[in-house]
Design a protein around this ligand. Structure first.
Ligand SMILES: Cc1ncc(COP(=O)(O)O)c(C=O)c1O
Length: 401
């Protein structure tokens, strides 16, 4: 992995402070670029939302706002507050996720968010009651757990028994009940198959299934139109550096052709993207505190572990990484270092689960150097177990801020 020179410069500057370096460095220019690129290439009717769960740092929200995303996909009241603080209006928020509390739904209804994506009949009834009390109606999408999954995706959200949405097979029981709730404006469907998908055809296959489902619903239920179709997120990034990145142009072309085939022009299509927008904007940079050999294998211990960067351990993958050599003085003559070998990287936590990377080939690394993990802008700090062992939070350094 190559680190951009301006990021390496910050790492070197920060390392001179005398403090142990343990930080995320963010450059959100890439998020802006990706947003513009999607807005230009997607067919008419497609709206791009930023799924802020990928990275809720204000700099990411600000960049998304400035680049002109349609809005923010939220999954909690905390996310709603952060989005509004960053300058988004409640009308730009769409809310997906199981287990929305009464307080969360109340805020959404009272503040007129754009759509709530309901995940169960219970949720539908809760919104109906809230709307009745408030004298309002609420636009909703129905989230479906399609009978389809993308096997080689990093995380699947549909197929099998899932906590997300209502099973496709239960639709004929659930939908009439939802349509009978007079305070709910049924606007369409939300079907999100999987996250971290690199093959465009897999995601397009999901689109096709949703289009088929839409056709079936509209022919079966008189007067019902799915005028919003939300495909969730899912665009993957090439963590394993295979050279085969997700091709958004191929996706845009495939979707455009499908919209024409199904005569679905004039509808709204929603993408709620997190990973593809944010991953390339972040580097987790953590100082090598110790190196030792254990039964023939080098163990490299860094300042931050899964408390600050849990993704590699949680998903059993290695992120692309490199070492910034700082040429620091040795503590003693026989101190260990790494030369062209496969090693283990972990953090300072008292659990074997505290893995940053394993069997990763390193050219040259020494105590005091900085291990830099790329594609760490999405699901980095935000999905880590920060409080475990109560280490200080890593710094979050924003380029240009
Ligand atoms: C409902 C929903 N929308 C969007 C996303 C973002 O997905 P991705 O990061 O794959 O784009 C997620 C991720 O978990 C999600 O759960």
């Amino acid at each position: 992995m190559q680190i951009p020179s301006h990021i390496e410069e910050i790492i070197r500057q920060q390392s001179q402070s005398g403090q142990t370096l343990n930080a995320y460095i963010y450059d959100t220019a890439r998020l802006s670029k990706r947003t513009h690129c999607l807005k230009n290439m997607m067919p008419q009717g497609v709206e791009v939302f930023y799924a802020m769960k990928a990275n809720p740092h204000p700099a990411f929200l600000e960049a998304a706002l400035k680049a002109g995303v349609a809005g923010i996909e939220i999954a909690s009241l905390g996310e709603a507050a952060k989005a509004v603080n960053a300058g988004f209006t409640p009308e730009q928020l769409i809310y997906t996720g199981p287990g929305k509390s009464l307080e969360e739904l109340t805020w959404c209804v009272n503040n007129n968010i754009r759509t709530i994506h309901i995940e169960s009949l219970v949720e539908a009834h809760r919104i109906q009651n809230l709307c009745t009390k408030a004298g309002k109606t609420q636009d909703i999408l129905l989230r479906i757990n399609a009978n389809f999954d993308i096997h080689d995706a990093q995380t699947t959200f549909s197929g099998g028994s899932k906590k997300f949405g209502i099973d496709e097979e239960q639709l004929d029981v659930a939908l009439p009940q939802i349509l009978a709730l007079d305070k709910l404006n049924f606007r369409g469907l939300h079907v999100f198959a999987a996250s971290g998908v690199l093959k465009v055809d897999d995601l397009l296959h999901n689109c096709e299934l949703v289009f088929e489902l839409t056709k079936r619903i509209e022919s079966q239920y008189a007067g019902i139109t799915c005028d919003i179709i939300d495909f969730g997120g899912g665009f993957g990034v090439d963590y394993e550096e295979t050279g085969h990145d997700f091709d958004p142009q191929a996706y845009a072309d495939g979707l455009a052709a499908m919209i024409t085939t199904y005569h679905f022009e004039g509808r709204h299509f929603v993408l709620e993207l997190g990973r593809w927008m944010a991953a390339e904007c972040g580097w987790f940079c953590t100082e090598i505190i110790d190196i030792k050999t254990s039964r023939g294998k080098k163990q490299v211990i860094c300042a931050g572990g899964i408390n600050h960067f849990r993704r590699p351990a949680a998903l059993s993958i290695n992120h692309p990484m490199t070492i910034v050599n700082l040429g620091r003085d040795k503590l003693f003559e026989t101190q260990e270092s790494i030369h062209q070998e496969k090693v283990y990287f972990g953090g300072p936590l008292c659990t074997s689960a505290d893995k940053l990377a394993n069997d990763v080939f390193i050219e040259d690394a020494h105590i005091g150097d900085i291990a830099v993990f790329g594609l760490a802008g999405a699901y980095g700090l935000t999905m880590s177990n920060n409080d475990f062992l109560s280490h200080a939070r890593p710094k979050e350094i924003v380029v240009g801020a």
